[in-house]
Design a protein around this ligand. Sequence first.
Ligand code: PRP
Ligand code: URA
Length: 209
Amino acid sequence: MSQLHVIDHPMIQHKLTIMRKKETGSKDFRELLTEISLLMGYEVTRDIALEDMPIETPLCPMTGKVVSGRKLAIVPILRAGIGMVDGLLNLVPVARVGHIGLYRNEETHTPVVYYCKLPEDIQQRMVILTDPMLATGGSACDAIAMLKERGCKNIRLMCLVAAPDGVAKVQQEHPDVGIYVAAVDQCLNENAYIVPGLGDAGDRIFGTK
Ligand code: PRP
Ligand code: URA
């Protein structure tokens, strides 16, 4: 079963609470999401591969360790996943970025694919798939399946808020994919929105409602 990592550092909890408040506007919402994404990125990349790098300090030569950033790809699920990209790029500036376009049909709540553009060598990279909301898990599972069809073997899913249903679906369909979230909320409502959640993440990031 895929491992669930709840990254509930006090600073992340604090920032997430401000994001959840209904009166928080798009500018603050976006900035907080970027900050949390960077903080979550520390845990998601905790075991990322390092390479030796011979360097000289002012005192003597030594072999340092550097992250092999070429081995990482960030793949947001459009639209809302885009809000987590800048924070991760601040952490690993040389990572490549792919995009998967999915939206939920508002009546059936099932995902519809409309776009996919990934780095050419995606199958050689560790992929961090980003989406702030893991509700039914349909969008994440379809996006993971698309990545696997293209040869990806090392995939991590990074979300802000999850519902228990979404976590269970990813664990069942993709037991090899690690799940990283800042919070697991109570349940889904009749419209498959996460409760208490934070509303529609895409609308709050882009100010579309
Ligand atoms: C939201 C969210 C996820 C999806 C989660 O996107 O960003 O992609 O719903 O729901 P699920 O786990 O039940 O699939 P939405 O479909 O609203 O599209 P948007 O990002 O374009 O607003
Ligand atoms: N998508 C969102 O943006 N929010 C939810 O609570 C569920 C799906």
